[in-house]
Design a protein around this ligand. Structure first.
Ligand code: SAH
Length: 339
């Protein structure tokens, strides 16, 4: 049985046409799901009973439940149970410009980044589109606020679950549904080059963030296995193509790990690497975790690193920290449960 939240508006319309029903019923169902936000087919009161019955036979609806919420001043962290009892998490951040939700795309992750808690627990499976959408619906219901931004930076590598991700974007972006503007959606990848190439050809103006975390192959190979498949030169060439084609700015994420990638030489090398690219760098103080020995860079060294980039006229910010007290770093809540 398929899940109703896996269907785009066009899929729903085609479904009804296939049932010898009027195409506009697709639009009505889409409206019930994403505007009126009903949680059962019985609530779709402008549909005939036979139509409701066949929808019930054909589709499941809600499958996720929130099993835990941790709250801090400006951040809520949600743990969800999936229908097969696997767990994923999402983080809601309260920004000046709105509420941003960081969602998961896989149960675990196979990219194996050495500093990352999600990768310590291998991928169990991809999330389906509906499981990504349900994270948004459930969090909005729980907190009573409208989510204005979605960042695809939770557990998993989104470009290792590409088709489900793209369908998710199509559905949440649709003007007749949740209507999240594409500029309010950010996808973060560790650098899966072939998928960056596909992504640049899509009609959406979605933001792309790339987890760089090192200025050269030597360091990047040590901490991110994906770099052995798609080394930095290839990644950078692809991103230059992406920028040219989409005319959009790329964000580089750079976690600062004490003694690993945070020296002045690294900062200079990084500045040279991204020089003249339409990009900005987000420096991320590492969230230490019990299971991994990397340490966060001392505040003074973070400032030094930042200053070198600034002096080289690179757009750079130091990421404001949310929820380090409540294990909001990638994969930490789920991992606590598994230990
Ligand atoms: N797989 C995607 C998205 C998920 S990870 C990617 O690699 O971009 C989201 C971001 O959190 C990545 O930049 C990742 O490197 C970073 N991250 C992982 N563990 C972290 C930690 N303990 N502290 C800070 N950032 C972390």
């Amino acid at each position: 049985m398929d899940n109703i939240y896996n269907l785009t508006l066009t899929d729903l319309e085609n479904y009804f046409v296939g049932q010898n029903e009027k195409k506009y019923k697709g639009q009505q169902v889409f409206d019930w799901l994403y505007r009126k936000r009903v949680v059962s087919f019985d609530e779709m009161t402008n549909l005939k009973k036979e139509v409701i019955d066949s929808l019930k036979k054909e589709f499941t609806m809600r499958t996720l439940s929130i099993t835990k919420v941790e709250r801090d001043i400006d951040v809520n962290k949600y743990l969800f149970a999936l229908s097969d009892h696997e767990k994923v998490e999402a983080v809601l951040m309260d920004h000046l410009y709105g509420n941003s939700l960081c969602i998961s795309t896989q149960v675990g992750c196979n990219m194996g980044c050495k500093f990352c808690e999600s990768g310590r627990l291998k991928k169990v499976r991809n999330l389906e589109t509906h499981e990504m959408i349900e994270q948004i619906l459930l969090v909005e219901e729980e907190c009573g606020k409208r989510i204005s931004h979605v960042v695809v930076m939770g557990i998993g590598e989104p470009f290792d679950n590409y088709d489900n991700l793209i369908k998710f974007i199509e559905i949440i972006n649709h003007p007749k549904g949740i209507e999240l503007g594409s500029r309010h959606i950010t996808v973060s990848t560790c650098g899966v080059v072939p998928k960056i190439k596909e992504f640049m050809n899509l009609p959406y103006q979605v933001n792309l963030a790339v987890s760089l975390h090192a200025p050269n192959n030597e360091i990047r190979n040590q901490i991110m296995p994906i770099n052995k498949v798609y080394p930095i030169e290839i990644l950078m060439t692809t991103l230059k193509e992406y920028i040219k084609k989409t005319n959009r700015r790329v964000t580089f994420e750079y976690i600062l790990l004490d003694g690993i990638n945070d020296t002045s030489e690294c900062a200079i090398e990084l500045a040279n690497l991204v020089k003249e690219m339409n990009c900005y760098i987000n420096l991320i103080p590492y969230n230490e975790t019990n299971n991994i020995s990397y340490k966060r860079t001392k505040p003074l060294n973070i400032s030094k690193f930042y200053d070198i980039l600034k002096k080289n006229r690179i757009n750079v910010t130091i990421r404001r920290e949310y929820g380090s007290k409540i294990s909001a770093a990638c994969g930490q809540l789920r991992s606590k449960k598994e230990d």
